[in-house]
Design a protein around this ligand. Structure first.
Ligand code: MGD
Ligand code: MGD
Ligand code: MO
Length: 766
């Protein structure tokens, strides 16, 4: 699928013919094009399955085809005819598989039978399901404490699977739930919980149709949430503004830029414009928003009552004066240096914000994967509260979620720091001593395994070995375990970085028909807008040996706990039974089974969206943080050598997290390669390199560990000076385990201090 390595800036628009060509290639590559076309037409339809791609919601009014280029890739990836079982694993030892690329591993096809690692032959061999369940139960029972096991979840797990999983794990006795959300929108949950009392977004799809301005911070929807481009485009057509903040000119967002000069309409008398594109420094968004707030304060003082929504503030909020004091105390020199924007640009952004009556603020990983992410998100919330932009139509907060059910998994209790009301509800309903001690998040789980405090790792989906920071240490952490279990659809590195004993349990995916004793089953998911809807797989599974996630969890739970506190196997026969339990325990799910029949699903409700504030004090809170003194952390500043560049790690157009569909990144002009470093041409020159040269990349931290990746090709790219970009997961070895967000523990994947060295082999490939 991927040609000779090539780099040539892309000139076409986002989507369009380039997208069609790409979908067709992936579709043919699945080896069952006709079957998959049927599948694609069922994507996100009422009687079909939820797209296994992103968590963007659907317009309830549209019955048209509801998939995008990258959703189509996700479906074709899952619905492949290729399967791997005993023959494949007889051919390759684990050591040989480790030599293969991540791309090659996933490309081999779907996992079709349960496997157990055999140390004598260094191979995975077939095992029957009951023996696999018995092995897990005996290893878990052998631990000195349930807190010595880690139960990871990736955000594709359905509500039913997640609820059953957390119930099993808590009945076993721990809250150790590291999950992908810890590396993703954790900061949004933490920040918004404190600010507005709900750790989720407050908008629904309909709000996008009424917004006068949409702010898009640190997000690349053209690749990662393509269906979001449609409401953005409609907004612009309606005369609303779309205001983007991103150091990179992302192709899918560029169309919303004012075609001539983004700075043209600065002064009062200038032409109104619909849109603007600002390019802050990595990690500079808090300073941007602080600067916008400074202008708002100034204008309010000049014309009292013209800017702040004083009625909303008086009735609904607390803490304004402390925050305004912090705004006043921040000086422009610091704001300009830290934000990377000129004061005039910040003024322009502030004008676009105040001119709009109803504003939505969206953000994703460009905001959350930073050290000061919680403070930054609270600053965005402050800005929105100032003009009453939460809890009215066409306005609100919109952390755009990643995995298709990552939000639902949290709602179901995949949470290492569960709220007391949730645990109380479990205890009331199931009558067992629910563990109350805080569990491990992802970073804590890695540390616990590294130090030998945790000995069993179970992964409900995902690719823990590659998605996590500091890869060599994470690999070592997994390899030290007594047992690792991966419940997966495809082969990935997490199966190869295994514990002393190891299991691969092949599961059904979203597109697969899920037949249980009670008939064909549907599962449910929750999107970024708190809409819950059913997902029903359509395609006959590749093998009878694959099981659904609920069935696998029930099998493990049955071996581990018998029928305590529920009859697990009975539940897995008909998922409506699981939904009844969810309805009993989780607010918003009353009459769950009946309400699922509603076309498009049902809205879970959101207290903040109806201006009820479940915070300390019962009001929405302006939370005041000083601007960070330095963006570079002390652990980097203390090093003898200063960093050459700051690196962000991001997604190409041809990947889904650690799953690589191909080796191209169409909108950034890259073909056939991934080990590349996007650097400003002047930086390349300043550092004494030439474009196309290969370099080794080192990251800086104060723990004496050398973190390095080799042979990355330098690409001259339009990125602000000093700021580089490269793909994840190839660069995860550079992310120090101890470099994470304050209050969120999210690895700082968008801010890594690096130095470059000429690669040992001086070969140039371009
Ligand atoms: N096709 C596809 N879809 C996906 C995924 C996928 O891998 N492939 N992944 C899913 C998941 S789990 C998630 S979480 C989402 C991720 O969706 P995104 O958050 O869009 O993903 P990233 O590629 O990490 O892009 C981050 C963007 O933020 C910008 N950025 C980085 N640092 C900063 C900063 O400091 N400030 C600002 N203002 N911008 C910054 C980058 O230039 C980039 O455009 O997508 C989901 N959807
Ligand atoms: N450096 C850096 N690191 C990052 C990020 C970054 O931007 N930069 N982003 C972070 C983010 S936002 C996230 S969400 C995480 C993602 O972390 P994960 O969710 O752990 O990773 P994925 O790559 O989505 O997992 C892919 C694997 O999931 C399995 N799988 C796919 N579908 C299913 C299914 O339906 N059921 C089951 N059981 N298994 C399935 C397949 O075996 C596949 O190999 O990575 C994080 N890591
Ligand atoms: Mo994510």
């Amino acid at each position: 699928m991927s040609a000779q390595p090539r780099y040539q800036p892309y000139s076409g628009p986002a989507a369009g013919w380039g997208a069609l060509r790409s979908v067709t290639q992936h579709w043919l590559d699945s080896k069952q094009p006709i079957k998959n076309l049927r599948a694609l037409l069922k994507t996100n339809q009422d009687d079909g399955f939820d797209c296994p791609g992103c968590a963007w919601g659907d317009s309830p009014d549209s019955h048209l085809v509801k998939f995008c280029e990258n959703g189509a890739k996700a479906v074709n990836w899952e619905a492949t005819k290729r399967g791997i079982g005993r023959a494949f694993f007889a051919r390759y030892s684990v050591a040989q598989l480790r030599e293969q690329s991540d791309y090659w591993l996933e490309h081999q096809g779907r996992l079709i039978e349960p496997l157990r690692y055999d140390a004598a032959s260094d191979r995975y061999l077939p095992i029957d399901w009951d023996s696999a369940f018995a092995l897990i139960a005996s290893e878990l029972q052998r631990l000195a404490s349930p807190h010595e096991a880690e139960f990871y979840t990736s955000g594709r797990a359905s509500n039913e699977a997640a609820f059953l999983y957390q119930l099993m794990v808590r009945a076993y006795g721990t809250n150790n739930f590291p999950d992908c959300s810890n590396m993703c929108h954790e900061a949004s949950g933490v920040a918004l919980g404190q600010s507005v009392g709900v750790g989720k977004g407050t908008v629904t799809f309909a709000d996008f149709e009424h917004a006068d301005a949409i702010l898009v911070f640190g997000q690349n929807p053209g690749t990662n949430h393509p269906r979001m481009l449609e409401p953005l485009r409609e907004a612009v057509q309606r005369g609303a503004s779309v205001v983007c903040f991103n150091p990179l000119k992302e192709r899918g967002l560029e169309r919303f830029q004012h075609p001539q000069h983004p700075l043209e309409m600065l002064g009062n008398g200038s032409q109104p414009t619909s849109s603007a594109y600002f390019r802050p420094h990595l990690g500079g968004d808090m300073a941007v928003v602080r600067g916008m707030a400074k202008y708002l304060l100034q204008w309010e003082r000049e014309r009292p009552g013209s800017v702040f929504d004083q009625r909303f503030i008086d009735e609904h909020t607390a803490g304004l004066s402390d925050w305004l004091a912090a705004v006043e105390a921040s000086d422009w020199a610091q704001i300009e240096t830290q934000s990377g924007l000129a004061r005039s640009e910040i003024e322009q952004a502030a004008r676009l914000y105040v001119r709009a009556e109803r504003v939505i603020a969206c953000w994703a990983m460009g905001i959350t994967q930073h050290r000061h992410s919680v403070a930054t998100i609270q600053e965005i919330a402050n800005l929105m509260l100032l003009r009453g932009n939460i809890g009215k139509p066409g306005a609100g907060l919109c952390p755009v979620r990643g995995h298709s059910n990552v939000q639902g998994d949290r709602t179901m209790g995949i949470n290492e720091r569960p709220p007391a009301f949730f645990l109380d509800a479990l205890q009331r309903r199931f009558d067992f001593p629910v563990p109350r001690a805080q569990g491990h998040n992802t970073v804590e789980a890695i540390n616990a395994m590294l130090e030998g405090r945790s000995k069993v790792f179970i992964g409900l989906g995902g690719n823990f070995a590659q998605a996590t920071p500091d890869s060599p240490r994470t690999h070592a952490a997994l390899q030290q375990c007594a047992l690792t279990v991966q419940i997966s659809t495809k082969l990935n590195r997490s199966h190869l970085m295994h514990g002393k004993q190891a299991l691969i349990l092949p599961c059904l995916g979203r597109t697969d028909l899920d037949l249980q004793a009670g008939g064909p089953q549907a599962v449910t998911v929750e999107d970024s807008f708190s809409m819950v809807h059913a997902s029903k797989g359509q395609l006959a599974p590749l093998s009878r040996e694959m099981r659904s996630e609920p069935a696998i969890i029930a099998g493990i739970a049955n071996a581990l706990l018998g029928t305590r506190p529920v009859d697990w196997l009975h539940l897995a026969e008909d998922y409506a039974r699981i939904r009844e339990l969810i309805a009993d325990c989780i607010p918003g799910f009353a009459d769950f089974n009946a309400r699922l029949a509603q076309p498009g699903g049902f809205y879970l409700g959101n207290a903040a969206a109806s201006r009820r504030w479940n915070t300390e004090g019962g009001k929405a809170r302006f939370l005041a943080h000083p601007l960070p003194e330095h963006l570079l952390p002390a652990e980097v500043r203390s090093q003898a050598e200063a960093p050459h560049l700051v690196l962000q790690t991001l997604r190409s157009h041809d990947q889904y997290n650690t799953t690589l569909y191909g080796l191209d990144d169409r909108y950034r002009g890259v073909r056939g390669m991934r080990e590349v470093l996007f650097v400003n041409p002047q930086d390349i020159q300043r550092l004494g390199f030439v474009p196309g040269q290969k370099v080794d990349v080192l990251s800086l931290w104060d723990d004496g560990i050398e973190r390095k990746v080799h042979g990355f090709t330098l690409l001259a790219y339009d990125t602000p000076a000093g700021q580089a970009a490269a793909y994840y997961p190839e660069t995860n070895p550079l992310v120090p385990l101890d470099s994470y967000g304050v209050g969120s523990h999210t690895p700082t994947s968008k801010f890594i201090a690096i130095r470059l060295q000429a690669a040992a082999t001086e070969q140039r490939i371009l």
